[in-house]
Design a protein around this ligand. Sequence first.
Ligand SMILES: Cc1cc2nc3c(=O)[nH]c(=O)nc-3n(C[C@H](O)[C@H](O)[C@H](O)COP(=O)(O)O)c2cc1C
Length: 192
Amino acid sequence: MADQLNVLVICGSLRKGSYNAALTRALPALAPPEMKLITAPPLGDFPLYNADVQEASGFPAAAEKLAAAIRAADAVLFVTPEYNWSMPGVLKNAIDWVSRMKDQPFKDKPVAIQSCSQGPLGGARMQYHWRMSMTFLAAFIFGTPEIFVGQAQTKFDKDTLELSDQPTKDIVKTQLAVFAKFIKRMKAATAI
Ligand SMILES: Cc1cc2nc3c(=O)[nH]c(=O)nc-3n(C[C@H](O)[C@H](O)[C@H](O)COP(=O)(O)O)c2cc1C
C-alpha cells in the first residue's frame, strides 16, 4: 500500500506476563487501516552501554538491528512501564546505544508513547523523562491524547492478558488515529 504507515513498536518490558507487551498485542485491532505495526528487535539482547566497548569494537549487532528498524520505519511507538518514576534501564540502555550513532536514527522521526503500570498514574512520570530524551535526540514528539493505563491488572483479562477495558481501547484507538495524521504531517514537512 503506497500510503501505508510503518510504525515500529518498542516494548520496554521483557517480562513474559507484561501488561505493556499485552497492550502491544491489542494495537493492530485498534490502529487505522493504513497503519502497520512492526515489532522491534528484542531489547534484552543489548549489552550494557560502555563507550570503551563502542570504541574498541563498534556497535553491537542488537544496536545495529534496532537502529536499522527505526530508520526503516515511518514512526516509532514506545509501549513501556515506568520503573522508579523513570524509563526502565533496559529501554534507556537501548536508546543510549543507538543515540551514539552518526546517523542517529531518532532524528526527525515521529515518536509516540503509551504506558501501562500497576500503579494509579499509569507511568505518567516516566513519560516526561522519555520526552526529555526524545527532545535531545531531535525526534518529532507526538503530544496528545496521552495513554496512561493505570491499574493495568484490572484492564486486561487475567488468563489471556487480552485488553478488556473499553475506555482504554477507545482512547488508544483515538491516539493511533491522531498519531497517523501527525506522521503524515511530519513526513510532508521533511519532504520539502
Ligand atoms: C523495578 C521496578 C520499578 C517500578 N517502579 C514503578 C513506578 O515507578 N511506578 C509505577 O507505577 N509502577 C512501578 N513498578 C510496577 C510496575 O507498574 C509493574 O510491575 C508493571 O506491571 C510493569 O510493567 P509490565 O507488566 O509491562 O512488565 C515498578 C516495577 C519494577 C519491577
